[in-house]
Design a protein. Structure first.
Length: 305
């Protein structure tokens, strides 16, 4: 008996394997289309800082748009950023510095008033523009998607441009009076950032409320008018000998410590670190609260705006 001859079976090439018919069930599964359903998130949402960073170019153009629209077709242009606090400084100098004899310590009253008016003007402008920013961007919001939180943030950034321009007038008055700031001047940018956080948080909250309840378009100007006289912009910070109600109202206003800290950083003087720390915590808390509420209802902006 001959022994069997064992040979290796030729391996089929990949082309042949690919040409073999697939099982019927695999073919049916491959032919079924995949459907992706995109649904808006529900409930409370976190602040997506990564998304805002990806849209940073859009944020820049929104800021630049707000700056250009504000001074479009004006004769003086960006000079209004300097003229507005300058004219208010003159008015308060006449009525409060001369007629009412409001004390400004050892500081020339126009310089004293301007140091308080500049951070207040920045806050009031940023808050007003941020509160009306979403309603004013109706056509943009109803047509394309982008992080809606960029709209009130751009409004605050545009107000920061005015603040930087207006600081040139403050530099002129400081040089005119021969006041040389000390190490406290390093605190001025920190105070500016805290004021910006406070304005962004409150502005985002009011912008969301303004979409759902149009009554807030009348509430914001009232808050600005009351807040100016509730903040020591044109008078010295209270000494602490006031009544309980006055102390409570001043304690609830973070701008009391912020304006005083900005004035002390420019003119020199003691820094109330405890009040500044409380103002920072209040600004951060308001920023988180306002942003979270804004994110909660921003999915309905296009439907109810």
């Amino acid at each position: 008996m001959r022994s069997p001859i064992i040979t290796d079976a030729p391996t089929s090439p990949p082309e042949a394997a690919a040409a073999e018919p697939a099982p019927a069930d695999a073919t049916a599964a491959a032919s079924v289309p995949h459907t992706i359903i995109i649904e808006p998130p529900r409930g409370w949402q976190g602040i997506d800082m990564a998304e805002l960073w990806r849209y940073r170019e859009l944020l820049f153009f929104l800021t630049w748009r707000d700056v250009k629209v504000r001074y479009k077709q004006t004769v003086l242009g960006a000079a209004w950023a300097v003229l507005q606090p300058a004219m208010m400084m003159v008015v308060f100098t006449i009525f409060f510095g001369r007629l009412a004899n409001v004390s400004s310590g050892d500081v020339w009253y126009p310089l004293f008033a301007l140091c308080g008016l500049l951070p207040w003007f920045f806050f009031s402008t940023a808050l007003t523009n941020a509160a009306n920013s979403v309603v004013g961007s109706e056509r943009l919001i109803t047509k394309i998607y982008f992080p809606r939180l960029a709209v009130p943030v751009a409004a605050v950034a545009a107000a920061a441009v005015d603040f930087v321009v207006a600081c040139s007038l403050l530099a002129v008055l400081v040089a005119f009076q021969g006041v040389w700031p000390g190490w406290q001047i390093l605190l001025a940018p920190v105070v500016f950032v805290i004021v910006a956080l406070f304005a962004a948080g409150l502005g985002a909250l009011l912008a969301a409320l303004n979409v759902a309840y149009r009554d807030f378009r009348y509430v914001v100007p009232f808050l600005i008018q009351v807040g100016m006289f509730a903040t020591p912009t044109i008078y010295l910070q209270p000494s602490g000998n006031e009544g309980t109600m006055v102390k409570l109202l001043l304690a609830l206003n973070p701008l009391t410590s912020l304006v005083s800290a900005f004035r002390a950083s420019v003119l020199g003087g003691p820094i109330h670190w405890s009040g500044l720390g409380v103002a920072l915590l209040a600004s951060l808390a308001l920023l988180v609260m306002g942003s979270l509420y804004f994110r909660r209802i921003e999915d309905r902006f296009a439907d109810i705006i």
